[in-house]
Ligand binder design. Structure first.
Ligand SMILES: [Zn+2]
Length: 331
């Protein structure tokens, strides 16, 4: 048994995938085994919903050792590998979904970009993109455009996004991923299509990158302690867009989810952690009760319900996970 942290503050955990991925440069995946161990560790804490946490913040009385659980982006593995485990513990959890729910194909540009630029055996020496009538051209000369052996591909698959790029491909991946956040959904789709064509990419990807199906979302919504929250229609970084686009993306996502769920959607997580005062005003006007960021901090009575911080839970076993919680609570 571990020593329990006793600080008078709470925290919110952020998960994306409960799965094992071929490469994971953003460290978004927690294996099903480690996730089960993490849930077991949480039995020593007060697991609450984010709504309860937000209410506690408003009432200026956050319960000691309270922890809330959240999932962003709505990958199918949230349903297949996490939902029943969470339900067995009767833990509340919030799932923040875009309008990609129910689509059969992988939807997110970062998953497509990873496959095309990092996992394909061969990409051309010259890559060109036309965006907003501007032509971008990259010369990836050198040995990195050549066919990479499966062994070196798997070696490079261990690369993490914030480490020095080990090749021009990786450097380009970093550049384009940052750039993509400033583009509209249509422009992002266009970039992916242009890259697919030039790299002869067939768009084949494992089921790990699909979003929750409509049928499984229906099962998920019937578990009363689970909450479905908003994450914008197309996962846009809100601060890069006008208020009209911000409103449209938040509203169409809310309407979309409510039409499936038959219940109000009042929780929200900012895609890419990107928010500003206008985004918060829009959330409040549309009846959202809280907004989650990706800033890592504990939730205290001083927190703003529309800027709730969250800790990114990584692929740790139970012991490592507990150490991190203690460290976070002690902050
Ligand atoms: Zn997201």
């Amino acid at each position: 048994m571990f020593k329990k942290a006793q600080k008078h503050c709470g925290l919110i955990l952020m998960y994306h995938h409960i799965n094992t991925l071929e490469s994971d440069e953003w460290q978004l995946a927690v294996s099903a085994k480690n996730f089960a161990e993490q849930l077991s560790v949480l039995s020593d804490f007060n697991v609450v919903s984010i709504n309860e946490m937000a209410d506690a913040v408003r009432a200026k009385s956050v319960r000691p050792n309270s922890i809330a659980i959240s999932f962003d982006d709505g990958y199918e593995d949230n349903y297949s590998n996490a939902a029943s485990l969470l339900a067995n513990y009767r833990y509340p959890a919030s799932f923040f979904l875009t309008n990609s729910i129910g689509n059969e194909q992988p939807q997110y540009w970062w998953d497509e970009l990873e496959r095309i630029l990092l996992l394909s055996k061969h990409i051309p020496e010259i890559l060109e993109l036309n965006v907003r009538s501007v032509r971008y051209r990259w010369n990836l000369s050198g040995n990195w455009t050549e066919i990479i052996s499966p062994a070196s591909l798997s070696e490079l698959a261990g690369w993490l996004r914030w480490k020095v790029p080990p090749s021009t491909r990786h450097a380009l991946f970093v550049y384009i991923s940052e750039w993509m956040k400033s583009l509209t959904y249509e422009e992002q789709q266009s970039v992916i299509e242009q890259l697919k064509l030039q790299c002869n990419d067939k768009g084949e990807r494992s089921d790990a990158f699909k979003c929750i199906s409509s049928a499984n979302l229906d099962s998920l919504r019937q578990i009363s302690q689970f909450e479905i929250g908003g994450h914008t229609a197309t996962h846009i970084a809100l601060t890069n867009f006008s208020n009209a686009i911000k409103s449209q993306s938040i509203h169409s996502n809310k309407v979309f989810l409510e039409s499936i769920l038959y219940q109000p959607v009042t929780g929200f997580a900012y895609p890419h952690g990107s928010y500003d005062k206008d985004s918060i005003d829009i959330l409040q006007q549309m009846g959202f009760r809280y907004g989650c960021t990706t800033q890592e901090a504990v939730v205290t009575t001083e927190a703003d319900p529309y800027k709730l911080p969250r800790f990114h839970a990584k692929d740790w076993n139970g012991r490592q996970f507990h150490q991190h919680i203690e460290e976070w609570m002690g902050k």
